[in-house]
Design a protein around this ligand. Sequence first.
Ligand SMILES: [Zn+2]
Length: 215
Amino acid sequence: MIKHHPDDNLLIEFSAGTLAFAQSIAVSSHLHFCRHCQQRVDRLTQVGGTLMQEADAVPVSDDLLSQVMDKLDATAEVAPQAARPVGKMPRVIDKLIANYGKAKWEFLTPSLDMARLRTGQKEFEVALHRIKAGGSVAKHDHRGTEITLVLDGSFSDENGIYNEGDFLVREAGEVHRPLASRDAPCICLSVVAAPVRMTGPLTRLLNPFLSFRPQ
Ligand SMILES: [Zn+2]
């Protein structure tokens, strides 16, 4: 059951095509798992198309925006989650991996591997992270926004447990320590807008994100 979704601003920017490509990958991957947000985006795209036809570049006020979102809420019918072959990655991820050869896992710590995905976006690092069953990631905070999407398995941190399809945004300054569930590894997509740093002096060595290499 998906509990964490992209907020309306992200969905609006996504459907308008103004969201950075790197972040769109995360939203699009979420839509692969989430029928509810899929329908919201479909409606937003329709509404956007109609507005474009009816008016020439009329600035959209916050008021209008919230009216539109209310309307969407009122009409949204939440369909049951679509059946999905187990273990199938979102198409956009498959495509990124296929475009640049197989994802190459780099060893970071005994419980964490990472595979970078090249997107051509200089301001973002996009990568897959694999936490071994029962493994943990060193405590770290964020200097920039990080979007995490659970692709397979689940992990938890101080704030809760996150399952397949959950979409999380960590803002600069937030500290957390992800931990994979005991029974299975967890694979996440992460889109980082700026490097993060470890909070303890010793764990600096283990910081998987210190080697930030824009692609
Ligand atoms: Zn959703």
